[in-house]
Design a protein around this ligand. Structure first.
Ligand code: SF4
Length: 966
């Protein structure tokens, strides 16, 4: 009989028995085969263990996989709730084609054969015509490493677009410009002091794997400080809560840096060895003797302006607290941990400089690559090479990488609908959106709706999605794809100071194979006709080049059966056998082949306790020479050497005291305190970490006119953007998101908890309920971005667990939404649906936000200047109004802040880019090196004046209080 224990041991996973809780009070035993897979409900990729019924192959529950080195058997609520997504009675089980015009809501079931042929034919047409960029793959949640990059390269197109710059480009750009690696890897569990700019404990990056280690650090005596205008769950657990005015975080961080410098609390040896201080002196103090002491003197002068008192006047955080935190950091160093991901870096104009300022604290205290410090993520991540890697494509896609944003960290994805509507940057013969719901998730969703509806802009749109979404409603085809436990892929993330490779797998398929049932394609084991993406890409690519004449087919042939189509299992088998260090040996030790090992455990640990990787000696650097002020070991045959403007040849190591060392991923192989590309590409004033006022600076907000800053960036730990829409457990837990407002502001406006308020943005407004709380700083209001799902038909187009039925009404240049009813019970095959007791679906606020592209990082600056006022008598909860013409005007206004590429290159070659093209694609065509562009660059406004350029008043837009459009 089954006994009570924490995790079943792996040797019994093939035959696990336990009592069926649903048979209670009876005692019925069930037999399971336990199959490891990986959660897909956020990017943390925690291990899951699926309990598959041995008789029916039904997935009965999902729990943690104790063998996963990142999550260690622990999951958040969203992991086990995967079971709801699988069994959702309203999930899409068959491919659908629209019958009427786009968005008319009439669908018919079609075969996968039809779908594959329809898309392959259009793709082949674009490829054969030499227009590969007419095909676009636009991904919301990738959840995998490498597969998509590879198929895009086999197609020869520059067609990768992603959600990243509505998510994390601000954080990434800041880290990337410092160390050439766009993510940090904090060693929270060993930190003596941790400083977070975000709510990582409950909702941050690598949420659960990081949260459990932050708690471990606290349990070992480490202290925690949180900078956040909102009292998040994390801030409530912290030793210090610093509720800054949004966008002033860099002033606080640089004041901390000044205290460290003034009180000589810095790690001189680390800075001397690893910071590009010689380059700093060349630019900041030309003619000065290049000595380290001169550098420290200049640095002290540069940051002298950031006194704790200045920080207090900008941020509202007491000067004495700034000093206290600085001394705590110094006492903890080098076990000082820090992290910023979304939060302030994603909210503000110049948010990426907040990241630069935070990392400066780790650099000054030598808390880099240390136990309890922060490493570069590249040291804790592993991406295996696939079989037969294609060469880089020769294309450049201006829909994704426009000339205006040469330093953007990721594709300018939220400008995509504006670019399509402009009509002069590209056209989409085929658009695949994958786990992407921009009409609801992105700012300015109505512009998305207009672009996706326009068949002159997008000829064929396939929405690849495991769930219904607002965006899928406007597609030509809805293509149901598997949830996490219904497909294969590999991934690896920097959850701690070690490396691992996870293997997501379709658990019913594996269970059936364990039972001796042959399965050729995963859709044979999935519910209905749900496919997995990997098999879809193989099939559609094969059909796009059936005779191999386009050079695509060769990449989809089996490494084991020459000339025949590869099976997805073979793709991973080859990878595990050939490019994962240590895996064949580990597998052999258990009498398994590498694929069988990964099928058994769902993960392999590659290394642990990886610290100080920058100090690794390079034993055989090849044909190199020492170049430049930082003594960088440089390849003599550097392919890029002939390209002017890079000024940064291909380097392999930093020579530190005569020894070649791995260093960082920058061209200098040092930490780039002074970033030369920012000077070269027109931003000299931004080349070192500094504080610049954001577009929501306090001076731009007039409370007497009802103006506030809206923070729309915070997450609820129980929801996952679009994908939690069909998870009943999660919607029962979280189904409302009031506007947080502090008592003093509520009194000024005349609001009490539960009152309806109208929140006016630059392009529209929404109506929401107030929650009066001390958990938000004065002058700021906040609402989580997870709510406000809607559908246009009662019984289709969105999950009824989470969405309201709305009436959408369009005028020539505006759209409004009015809720018909909220969530309500309905009859389905799941008895729970008739017992739904909640009714709120929240308010879709993002659609009322205009686009705000940061001119350097490309990040959308999410924070909004708004006016908050009591709702008008005619207002109803969840009303939305958006002025499309205004949205277009704001887009053009922010576009004018950009400083376009005007020389010979589109972008510095060394900068990170997903799916990097070949070098030749980087050249800016002659006709684009225009005099106008150079003049625009020269006359671009000073960044310090940006706040004036982006100033606007809700009163000017919507009229004074008490008036305004209805
Ligand atoms: S943190 Fe939660 S949602 Fe994210 S992967 Fe882990 S279990 Fe899934």
């Amino acid at each position: 009989m089954a006994e009570l224990r924490d995790y079943p041991p792996p040797e019994r996973w093939d035959d696990w028995r336990e009592l069926d809780p649903q048979a209670w009070p009876g005692r019925a035993e069930r037999a399971y085969t336990l199959v490891p897979t990986v959660c897909f409900n956020c990017e943390s990729a925690c291990g899951l263990l699926a309990y598959v019924d041995k008789e029916t192959f039904e997935i009965r529950k999902l729990e943690g996989n104790p063998h996963h080195p990142g999550s260690r058997g622990r999951n958040c609520a969203k992991g086990p709730a995967t079971i709801n997504q699988i069994h959702d009675p309203e999930r899409i089980l068959h491919p659908l084609r629209r019958k009427g015009p786009r968005g008319s809501g009439e669908w018919e079931r079609v075969s996968w054969d039809h779908v594959l042929d329809a898309f392959a034919e259009r793709m082949r047409g674009a490829f054969a015509a030499g227009r590969p960029n007419d095909v676009m793959y636009f991904v919301g949640r990738p959840g995998e490493d490498g597969f998509a990059d590879r198929f895009l390269e086999t197609w020869g197109c520059d067609g990768h677009n992603s959600h990243t710059n509505v998510c994390s480009s601000g954080g990434r750009a800041g880290y990337g410009l410092w160390m050439g690696t766009d993510r940090p890897s904090p060693d929270y569990a060993n930190a003596k002091f941790t400083l977070l700019i975000s709510s990582h404990l409950e909702a941050g990056h690598y949420f659960n794997p990081h949260a459990q280690r932050i708690v471990e650090g606290q349990q070992s005596g480490g202290k925690l400080a949180v900078i956040d205008p909102r009292l998040s769950n994390t801030a409530s657990m912290a030793d210090y809560w610093l509720p800054t005015w949004p966008g002033t975080e860099a002033a606080v961080l640089l004041a901390i840096a000044k205290v460290l410098l003034d009180e000589d609390l810095i790690d001189r040896e680390f800075i001397r060895r690893w910071v590009n201080w010689r380059t700093y002196l060349i630019h900041r103090a030309p003619g000065t003797e290049p000595s380290f002491e001169n550098f420290l003197r200049e640095l002290g002068q540069e940051y002298a302006q950031y006194t704790p008192e200045f920080a207090e006047s900008e941020s509202g955080v007491r000067a004495s607290t700034v000093v206290d935190v600085a001394r705590e950091i110094a006492a903890a160093a080098p076990a000082f941990c820090s992290h910023i991901w979304r939060a302030a870096a994603a909210g503000n104009l110049h948010g990426w400089q907040i990241t630069r300022a935070l990392w400066l604290l780790n650099v000054l205290t030598g808390s880099v690559g240390t136990v309890g410090g922060v490493s570069a993520n590249a040291w804790h991540k592993f991406i295996p090479e696939p079989w037969r890697k294609p060469s880089a494509n020769e294309q450049w896609n201006e829909l994704n990488w426009p000339r205006e944003y040469p330093l953007a960290h990721n594709e300018m994805s939220f400008l995509y609908p504006h670019f399509l509507l402009d009509g002069d940057r590209g056209f989409q013969a085929v658009l695949f959106t994958r786990v992407l719901n921009p009409i609801w998730t992105y700012p300015d969703g109505y512009t998305w709706l207009r672009a996706l509806r326009d068949e002159r802009a997008v000829a064929l749109h396939g929405a690849m999605t495991p769930t219904w979404s607002e965006t899928a409603w406007w597609a030509d085809y809805v293509l149901p794809m598997g949830h996490g436990p219904e497909r294969h892929d590999t991934h690896s993330y920097e959850t701690h100071a070690g490396r691992w490779l996870g293997f997501r797998q379709p658990v019913r398929r594996v269970a059936m194979e364990r039972a001796g049932q042959g399965v050729e394609f995963t859709y044979e084991a999935n519910p209905g006709e749900v496919w997995e993406e990997g098999e879809f890409w193989i099939e559609v690519s094969w059909r796009a080049d059936p005779d191999g004449s386009l050079g695509i087919r060769q990449y989809y042939e089996s490494p084991y059966r020459p000339g025949e189509k590869i099976r997805l299992e073979e793709y991973y088998r080859w990878m595990f056998e050939n490019s994962v260090p240590g895996l064949p040996e580990k597998a052999a030790a258990e009498g398994l082949d590498p694929l069988a090992y990964m099928r058994k455990y769902g993960v392999v640990e590659i290394s642990r306790d990886d610290y100080g990787s920058h100090e690794q000696e390079i034993q055989d650097p090849g044909d190199t020479e020492i170049q430049g002020p930082e003594q960088t070991l440089t390849r003599r045959s550097a392919e890029v050497a002939h390209l002017p403007l890079t000024g940064r040849p291909d380097t392999v190591a930093a020579v530190v005291e005569g020894v070649p060392r791995r260093g960082f991923n920058t061209p200098s192989r040092k930490l780039e305190l002074l970033q030369p590309e920012l000077i070269e590409w027109g931003w000299p004033e931004m080349a070192t970490p500094h504080y610049q006022r954001s577009h929501v600076h306090r001076s731009l907000i007039d409370h007497e006119r009802g103006e506030y800053v809206l923070l729309p960036t915070y997450r609820l730990p129980t929801l996952i953007h679009s994908r939690s829409g069909n998870a009943k457990y999660l919607n029962e837990l979280s189904h409302t998101h009031p506007l947080l407002i502090c008592p003093e502001d509520a009194a000024r406006i005349g609001l009490s908890t539960g009152d309806l308020v109208r929140v006016e943005t630059e392009i529209g407004w929404f109506v929401i309920k107030a929650l009066v709380t001390e958990g938000i700083r004065p002058g700021v209001v906040a609402a989580s971005h997870h709510m406000g799902r809607w559908r246009l038909r009662e019984d289709k187009g969105m999950e009824r667990w989470s969405s309201a039925l709305v009436d959408m009404s369009e005028e020539a240049d505006a759209v409004s939404f009015r809720r018909i009813h909220g969530v309500s019970p309905w009859e389905s095959s799941d008895p729970s649906s008739s017992r739904v007791w909640w009714s709120d679906a929240g308010v879709h606020q993002n659609i009322t936000f205009p686009v705000h592209p940061d001119p350097i990082s490309g990040m959308h600056c999410w924070h909004q200047k708004v006016r908050v006022r009591p709702a008008r008598p005619e207002d109803r909860y969840a009303d939305i109004y958006v002025d499309f013409a205004r949205a277009r005007r704001v887009y053009r206004k922010w576009l004018a802040l950009a400083r376009p590429a005007s020389g010979e290159l589109r972008r510095p070659i060394w900068l990170f880019r997903p799916v990097k093209p070949a070098l030749g694609a980087y050249g800016l065509p002659d006709d684009r090196r225009s005099r106008e562009a150079r003049e625009a660059l020269a006359s671009a406004p000073s960044p310090l004046a940006f706040h004036a350029l982006v100033d606007w008043s809700p009163a000017e837009v919507w009229g004074p209080l008490g008036s305004g459009p209805t």
